[in-house]
Ligand binder design. Structure first.
Ligand code: SAH
Length: 291
């Protein structure tokens, strides 16, 4: 991997993400001359909203001029995630009761953008628009919408629940550790990592047992599991903390069994030995049974 140039789509996505992040420029300049509260007014009051809309329209126009076809599709998604990350930072840095929602927006947009970028680095052959994981599944989208609904309803009816700073900090730590573990797994597995579980062994596919794979058999799933629950802890969403934990636990239990069936088929005794030595990393999930 060292010294290899990042594929064009990866480079375009970085430029577009940074362009999206430029929504921060105007409030940053204004903050230098005014009070920090102004940053939040920028997002909530009409003049600020108009400025953001014009800003987004201008950068989208720039992307339309600079890129065509598939590259534009990559750029517009990366730029959208950059805008969300920028707005998340604005909310996080302003003195309001919405700080934790700002952290959440940053976590969500960074996760989806970095999935694409890291795939472009480690396995460019498998890189598609789906690598952003934005349309992962109907269940995933429903889960995201449910968490926004729960957050809004509870913020309106029981606002004190959303001000448990210590709980949001615990959520933030789960998100940061989960994200770091997942990306470490992707970088360790390299081209052996794939968002789609492989049922046929590629010639280049080798068994990875080093780095984070020496501690957990499924480190990227462990990271994703704690990241997803962490986002709900961060939002102090009791219903979704429970719902996300149960749903993602069930999802990974099934996925691990399916994946290990193929891995035993690919690597036979080597995988069985590895499986005996190293746990999955997820609580109460032991993977496929071997007779
Ligand atoms: N379950 C792993 C990898 C997820 S990516 C993790 O959580 O980190 C899914 C792909 O990784 C599958 O196609 C599977 O064949 C491959 N894979 C899983 N574990 C592997 C390992 N230890 N070595 C090589 N490939 C592995």
């Amino acid at each position: 991997m060292a010294g290899r140039k990042l594929v064009l789509e990866g480079r375009v996505s970085i430029k577009a993400f940074l362009l999206g992040l430029s929504v921060l420029v105007i409030p940053l300049i204004r903050t230098c001359y005014g009070h920090v509260d102004w940053v939040f007014d920028y997002l909530t009051e009409t003049p600020g909203k108009i400025v953001i809309c014009i800003h987004v329209a201008v950068i989208n126009g720039l992307l339309l001029v600079a890129y065509r076809g598939p590259l534009y599709k990559v750029a517009v998604r990366a730029c959208f995630l950059g805008v969300i990350f920028g707005c998340g930072l604005m909310i996080s840095c302003s003195e309001t009761t919405w700080t934790h929602f700002g952290w959440y927006l940053c976590s969500l947009s960074f996760f989806h953008y970095s999935e694409y970028l890291v795939t472009a680095i480690i396995n460019p052959h498998s890189l598609t628009l789906d690598s952003f994981l934005l349309n992962h599944s109907v269940e995933y989208s429903l889960a995201a919408v449910s968490s926004w609904v729960e957050f809004t309803v509870e913020k309106l009816t029981f606002p004190e629940l959303k001000q448990l700073n210590w709980l949001s900090v615990v959520g933030l730590l789960l998100v940061l550790c989960g994200e770091a573990l997942r990306k470490a797994a992707m970088l360790t597995a390299g081209s052996n990592f794939n968002h789609i579980v492989q049922n046929e062994k590629a010639q280049s596919h080798v068994l990875v047992t080093g780095g984070v794979y020496a501690y957990f058999r499924h480190p990227s799933y462990v990271g994703w599991f704690y990241w997803s629950t962490g986002t709900q802890v961060m939002l102090c969403n009791p219903v979704c903390i429970l719902g996300y934990t149960i749903a993602s636990w069930r999802f990974f239990r099934e996925r691990i069994e399916e994946e290990e069936l193929s891995l035993i088929h690919f690597f036979t005794e080597d995988y069985v030995e590895y499986k005996k030595r190293v746990p999955t990393g997820l609580p109460f999930i032991s993977g496929i049974r071997v007779n």
